[in-house]
Design a protein around this ligand. Structure first.
Ligand code: DAT
Ligand code: MG
Length: 153
């Protein structure tokens, strides 16, 4: 298989609302493999690095304030085409426009407070860049998921 890895994070609103379990469950149900996870608080520096692409946007300050406002649950997930697969499961950035059945569509009601982050599949290298920003190599676990033989050909 052509397994790749992507960075996924339950944002402070998702953590406060008790959605970590639901979101992990959805990704597990899809057959994806978790290879790293940590419950953490993002500081100002990490927020600026992570969202650096948006630093000139008018919403940047609010975005940094929001993402540092409470703990997040940061994860790395592995699977075929996983970056795009997770983005599809997340739904549109604006949770009010996100389709029902997607994570943002089912749980979110707002553009800024949209529950989940996933690396942009249209930005090549964003997944690896974000993984390296949040995780040391020795925090990622190589393991075989027995279920994979029933998920992928
Ligand atoms: P995504 O999180 O879907 O990758 P993005 O990278 O364009 O979206 O933006 C990062 C986050 O910034 C997004 O999840 C919510 C917030 N955001 C984006 N556009 C915004 C806007 N126009 N006003 C307020 N917040 C915005
Ligand atoms: Mg993005």
């Amino acid at each position: 298989s052509d397994a790749e890895r992507t960075f996924v994070m339950v944002k402070p609103d998702g953590v406060q609302r008790g959605l970590i379990g639901d979101i992990v469950g959805r990704l597990e149900d899809k057959g994806l493999k978790m290879v790293g996870a940590k419950f953490m608080q993002i500081d100002e520096d990490l927020a600026h690095e992570h969202y650096g692409e948006h630093e000139d946007k008018p919403f940047f300050e609010g975005l940094v304030e929001f993402i540092t406002s409470g703990p997040v649950f940061a994860m790395v997930w592995e699977g075929d085409d996983v970056t795009r697969q997770v983005r599809q499961m997340m739904g549109a950035t604006d949770a009010q426009e996100a389709a029902p059945g997607t994570i943002r569509g089912d749980y979110g009601n707002d553009l800024g407070h949209n529950i989940i982050h996933g690396s942009d599949h249209e930005d090549p290298g964003a997944n690896e860049r974000e993984i390296a920003l949040f995780f040391d190599e020795d925090e990622l676990v190589d393991w075989e998921k027995d279920l994979s033989q029933w998920v992928y050909e």
